[in-house]
Design a protein around this ligand. Structure first.
Ligand code: AN7
Length: 350
């Protein structure tokens, strides 16, 4: 039986005899072929890594399980994070299960409804900051310096250690690294963690190749692409509405060492990819996750030769996290009274 990231990859994680091997069943997520999208972009093979299948619905659980295990090992009683939503949901769940009080600071009005619901139901203390994610991160860093509380944002190195296990899974499933890895970039921890994982597996002889790391920021929140901090980032993809990523340098290193790129994708392109994933492949990712697919389409439009490429797009979080974006989609819901003739008429006849 699969027993979570800590047990499964214990020899590749910074664990000691004293680290509790906790789990909520994170990791071991599906890698699903996307043949229609592959045909449209003109690449040989396309797979979607469904990180929304983690226990709290995003990839954050992989890193949170390590960060929380190490916090428990160190005797910590409290954890804190700033979050655009998914980190707070994950921290709240692992904190609840493993006996820690959890404090989360989220940007007021800019966190998807499902994520806020999770933090509340898991029993975290929630502060809605009248400010953005970057300001929230700055504040929780200072809180953790001043008080006896463990910071579980990805500036905590155990987070990236856990998140690198997704790269291991890709190599374990595909038999080698993909040619291209397309991934959304917000605080830039995940792209850095994947690259670390790919390099470690390669060095251990588990893969023959390394992927080119292709990261995608939202156009209104693209500090790495533009080379400057964005004071007021804006995007419909609230998960990646970040203007000063904590792992900026690591992400640039991942890009450059791998011969990859970090580009910006517009909100329109994100929403188009969001719809296509759902309607052509049956995969419901959240808007930030769709940035990876939007990015792949963009690479194809730019003329990148994908004919022989095996590509993985990381679908970082479940579409159910953000019902409001889904419900704003152009839709044709017709109301009808409960009788057959009225319904046949509403459908325009058979
Ligand atoms: C679905 O939860 O930053 O580049 O506070 O939720 O590692 O930040 C979330 C980020 C992509 C970007 N996809 O990953 C948070 C937070 C989803 C996300 C990202 C996030 P990073």
């Amino acid at each position: 039986m699969y027993q979570g990231v800590l047990r499964h990859y214990r020899e590749r994680l910074p664990l000691t005899e004293a680290t509790p091997l906790i789990t909520l069943g994170e990791g071991n997520t599906p890698l699903v072929a996307a043949p229609r999208l592959a045909r449209e972009v003109g690449c040989a093979q396309l797979y979607l890594k469904l990180e929304g299948c983690n226990p709290t619905g995003s990839f954050k659980d992989r890193g949170m399980v390590v960060a929380v295990a190490k916090a428990v090992e160190a005797g910590s009683a409290r954890i804190v994070c700033a979050s655009t939503g998914n980190t707070s949901a994950s921290a709240a769940a692992y904190g609840a299960r493993f006996g820690l009080r959890t404090l989360v600071v989220v940007p007021k009005g800019n966190i998807a409804a499902g994520k806020l619901a999770q933090a509340i139901v898991y029993g975290a203390q929630v502060i809605a900051l009248e400010g953005n994610f970057d300001q929230a991160l700055d504040i929780v860093r200072r809180l953790a310096e001043a008080h006896d509380i463990t910071l579980v944002n990805s500036v905590n190195p155990y987070r990236l250690e856990g998140q690198k296990t997704a790269a291991f899974e890709l190599v374990d499933d595909l038999g080698d690294a993909p040619d291209l890895l397309c991934i959304p970039v917000g605080n830039a921890g995940n792209i850095s963690a994947y690259w670390k994982g790919f390099k470690e597996y390669h060095q251990a002889g588990r893969s023959h190749t390394l992927p080119r790391m292709m990261g995608f920021e939202a156009a209104g929140a693209a500090p790495i692409v533009r080379g400057v901090r964005i004071e007021q980032p804006e995007t419909i993809a609230s998960a990646i509405r970040i203007g000063n990523p904590a792992s900026w340098k690591l992400a640039v290193a991942a890009r450059d060492e791998s011969g990859g790129a970090i580009q910006a994708v517009t909100d329109d392109a994100i929403l188009e990819a969001y719809r296509k994933m759902a309607q052509e492949e049956g995969i419901f990712g959240e808007p930030a996750s769709a940035a990876s697919v939007a990015g792949l389409f963009q690479l194809a439009r730019q003329g990148m030769d994908l004919q022989r490429a095996r590509v993985v797009c990381v679908i970082t979080g479940s579409g159910l996290k953000d019902p409001d974006t889904a419900l704003k989609m152009p839709q044709a819901i017709r109301e009808a009274p409960p009788n057959l003739a009225a319904i046949e008429a509403a459908l325009g006849g058979f």
